[in-house]
Design a binder for this molecule. Structure first.
Ligand SMILES: [Zn+2]
Length: 502
């Protein structure tokens, strides 16, 4: 492959960010040497690229058309083309196979459809592409998270690697971050004293900002340092290397929670504590031991309360178990429903695939039209206005098609994961009844419902949809406990889940 080096800086550009032509040439030649690329010409342009008609640019294209070269090296796509016509020419050359390689030290490009799409954006072809990209970025973030890669700025102690797009350990700072955890775990240091310690040791945030008390707290509670990632309240496994051990991290959390609420240590043995409010006054329900038994009662912290009852833990536990039974699914039935969901997923995948294929065919047609349009324009058969108007129309079509494709590819199956989790949680209810783990029962009840109150010794709460529907069905089918109505048959099952918000 033979390359042409192309450098440009316009006379109007006073932006100091842009390297001088000489500097661009030096960098590009170094880059070419490192990548072992053969150079047949170096072309420099001092004119602006905002208007079409650059001399060296035209010379370069003519060399390529004659087959003297089939690759271009430039600092950034915006050096190569600044307006849509020049950008269009380059892309057209790539489409025709005349340009086989484009290399930019600052920009990753591959002559695939995605690469061309990115190049379109870099050439500033259309605002639509950028808007569309932003949407795709949001979607991309979730995908990245699922793949275990943190999509944002690395926390202090780590660095974003622009080449691999992964998160690497910051060799300079990671040691100090680790020390921070170690100091705090001794419980001899306050957050404030640690913030001062950072100042003394010159440990600053990745953007050079000073680390203050709230930053210290954020660092000490961020599970990123043990290889996990917290994104929108959810914990994901990360691909990055941990800086500290889980043991050290847990110790720090322990120190922090002990400082936060000293008085709660005493109440640890009451499994249902923190779950209930009093029905008549709204105050919290507390627990105490009477004659060797755990009792739950209103704290009466909100003033006058009529509630005089005490509820024994065993009775409360029976009520919880009776609810759990209503939303229970045996392991055997869980297997069946999961298998049905699996089949459903296969079916949905196939449907999605055929829809996406037809959309991609439409997209291809638009691409062909765009190519033809450029040919007509380059043959001077179209005014710039006519060309722009028609192109804009085709580009919006393209964006809409891209959006539809992403929608189909992602939305089509998005309800399946929550459905699966839901089914598994029903199976968890079964297990909880068997194991009698009261602490976990409390967590389960908190997760699946709200407004847990105690009224006349009765536990009442609002289960979330679709748990409420399952519970209601069970009540209606008390005699038929083996296989609840709602999960018979996969059509009905998926239909119900979709209807109820999945
Ligand atoms: Zn009360």
């Amino acid at each position: 492959m033979k390359y042409i080096i192309y450098a440009r800086k316009s006379t109007e550009e006073d932006d100091r960010q842009i390297l001088s032509i000489e500097a661009q040439l030096v960098e590009l030649k170094e880059f070419a040497a490192k990548e072992k690329l053969e150079i047949i010409a170096s072309l420099c342009e001092a004119k602006t690229a905002k208007e079409p008609g650059r001399i060296k640019f035209a010379e370069m294209l003519s060399l390529i058309e004659k087959g003297k070269a089939d690759g271009i090296i430039s600092w950034h796509p915006d050096r190569l083309a600044r307006n849509s016509v020049d950008g269009g020419k380059i892309i057209h050359f790539v489409d025709r196979g005349l340009i086989k390689s484009l290399k930019f030290p600052t920009f990753w490009f591959e002559p695939t459809p995605q690469g061309l799409f990115m190049l379109n954006i870099a050439f500033g072809q259309s605002k639509y592409f950028v808007d569309n990209l932003r949407e795709n970025v949001k979607r991309g973030l979730r995908q990245k998270i699922r793949n275990g890669v943190w999509p944002g700025w690395a926390p202090v102690g780590y660095l974003n690697n622009p080449k691999t797009r992964m998160i690497d350990i910051d060799k300079e700072k990671s040691g100090k971050v680790k020390k921070l955890f170690e100091l705090y775990s001794t419980s001899k240091y306050t957050l404030k004293s640690l913030a001062n310690w950072c100042k003394e040791k010159g440990l600053r945030g990745n953007l050079g900002k000073e680390i203050v008390i709230s930053n210290v707290q954020k660092i000490l509670t961020n599970p990123f340092y043990i290889g996990l990632m917290k994104y929108r309240g959810e914990i994901f496994e990360g691909q990055h290397e941990p800086i500290i051990s889980k043991k050290l991290f847990d110790k720090c959390q322990e120190v922090m929670s002990k400082r936060g609420k000293v008085q709660e240590v005493r109440k640890h043995n009451f499994a249902f504590l923190g779950l209930l409010k009093c029905a008549s006054c709204g105050a919290s329900i507390t627990a105490e031991i009477q004659k060797g038994h755990n009792y739950y009662r209103c704290t009466k912290k909100k003033g006058l309360c009529q509630e005089k009852h005490y509820l024994r833990e065993e009775l409360l536990s029976e009520q919880v178990k009776s609810f759990l039974q209503k939303v229970s699914l045996s392991s055997q039935d869980t297997e069946k429903v999961l298998a049905a969901l699996e089949a459903e997923q296969e079916k949905a995948k196939q449907q999605t695939q055929s829809k996406v294929e037809s959309l991609k065919e439409q997209l291809k047609q638009v691409e062909i039209k765009l190519g033809k349009l450029l040919d007509i324009y380059l043959a001077d058969a179209l005014s710039t206005e006519e060309y722009s108007a028609k192109k804009q129309e085709l580009l919006s079509q393209k964006v809409r098609l891209h959006e539809k494709i992403t929608d189909f590819e992602q939305k089509g199956l998005s309800w399946l994961e929550p459905a699966r989790e839901f089914v598994l949680s029903l199976n968890q209810a079964t297990k909880l009844v068997k194991t009698e783990n009261k602490k976990e029962m409390t967590t389960f009840l908190k997760n699946i419902g709200s407004n847990h109150i105690l009224q006349n010794r009765q536990l009442i709460f609002l289960p979330k949809t679709p748990y409420n529907l399952v519970a209601e069905r069970s009540e209606a089918n008390q005699r038929n406990l083996t296989f609840p109505y709602w999960c018979r048959g996969r059509e009905l099952n998926s239909h119900l889940l979709k209807q109820t918000g999945f």
